[in-house]
Design a protein around this ligand. Structure first.
Ligand SMILES: NC(=O)c1ccc[n+]([C@@H]2O[C@H](COP(=O)([O-])OP(=O)(O)OC[C@H]3O[C@@H](n4cnc5c(N)ncnc54)[C@H](OP(=O)(O)O)[C@@H]3O)[C@@H](O)[C@H]2O)c1
Length: 297
């Protein structure tokens, strides 16, 4: 289900967003990573939807439409949401389906429990019969079974299953469930100033061949606050045109990361973020230099 936009579709989908990309970047193929369990290639920058689409009203629906157009125009597909992100699933359903965007997107949502009623509510709100990824939200129990999620995958209600956590106190439970249940994806917090996942989750994900989605890639707004008023260093200009791209490319510089999912309600920010799928990535030495720079702030 990979999408490739022709130049014309690319322009129609978001001419304004495209203009924001430099000419060389418009020609480069966007970075995509293989989902380990299938080999399907997924564009490496997606959209997170915690907080930003909480209220289902006209303004929020318009923002969601504009952000999705910018995502698609930049070559992205992945949208990550949850049954408990306020009205986000309903806002997305309204923005996606009437505009005919369903097949251009890889929709990931999360349930609080393996509960058929909760799943039905998410499908109804997202206006879709099938999900691309269904995740168990905030795993806490090391014995958590994914049997029901596997059954829904067998029934083709979802193409992939996953687990998530952004609480380091629960990483032991994440490790247990990841090792035993071997879901297709694990989603954890990972940012240049929050690298616990590098030590614990990423090596195990590689071992069990799970794709990795990075929640909180900016630590919410924490990283932007840390560099407020500062320019990106000259040595980073070869691979990053903005602080957002600096932070996202640090994560994408690790090949175990399948995709990053920065949250935004701003289409210009989406275009900026999606720019991290183009141009060179930092190498290991540059990634160490990036960490040292951020730690010295
Ligand atoms: N346990 C879990 O499963 C879990 C927990 C947390 C998060 N998540 C997922 O991870 C996603 C990402 O986390 P998050 O949204 O909380 O935090 P985040 O992506 O680390 O940061 C979002 C913040 O960055 C700003 N931003 C985004 N792009 C920007 C840009 N180019 N320039 C300047 N500012 C920018 C956004 O504001 P604007 O709206 O103004 O752009 C927003 O304030 C969530 O949306 C959710 O899908 C999952």
């Amino acid at each position: 289900m990979t999408i490739s936009l022709t130049r014309r579709e690319f322009a129609i989908a978001g001419g304004a967003a495209m203009l924001a990309l430099p000419a060389a970047a418009q020609d480069a193929a966007p970075l995509a990573r293989a989902i380990p369990s299938s080999g399907e290639r997924l564009p490496a920058v997606g959209l997170g939807t915690a907080y930003v689409f909480n209220t289902d009203d006209t303004v929020t629906r318009q923002k969601a439409s504009a952000v999705l157009q910018a995502l698609i125009a930049g070559g992205g597909r992945l949208v990550d949401t949850s049954s408990v992100y306020g009205d986000a699933e309903a806002v997305l359903g309204e923005a996606i389906v009437p505009a005919g965007l369903r097949d251009k997107l890889f929709i990931a949502t999360k349930l609080e429990a393996p509960d058929a009623a909760e799943l039905k509510r998410s499908l109804t709100r997202l206006k879709t019969e099938k999900l691309d990824l269904l995740q168990f939200h905030n795993v806490q129990d090391p014995q958590q079974s994914l049997a029901q999620f596997k059954e829904w995958k067998a029934q083709a209600i979802t193409r992939y299953i996953g687990i998530t956590s952004t609480r380091h106190a629960d990483f032991a439970a994440v490790e247990s469930v990841l090792a035993r249940e071997k879901p297709d994806f694990v989603q954890v917090d990972y940012s240049i100033d929050d690298r616990e996942a590098e030590k614990r989750i990423l090596p195990l994900a590689a071992e069990v061949e799970a794709g990795v989605l990075t929640a909180l890639p900016f630590g919410r707004a924490r990283l932007f606050r840390a560099v407020n008023g500062k320019d990106i260093p000259d040595w980073a200009r070869g691979f990053a045109e903005s602080w957002a791209q600096f932070f996202l490319k640090y994560l994408l510089g690790d090949p175990r990361v399948t995709a990053v999912i920065p949250g935004t309600a701003d289409p210009a920010h989406m275009t900026d973020n999606i720019g991290a799928m183009r141009g060179p990535l930092p190498d290991a030495d540059q990634r160490r230099q990036m960490v040292a720079f951020i730690e010295a702030l």
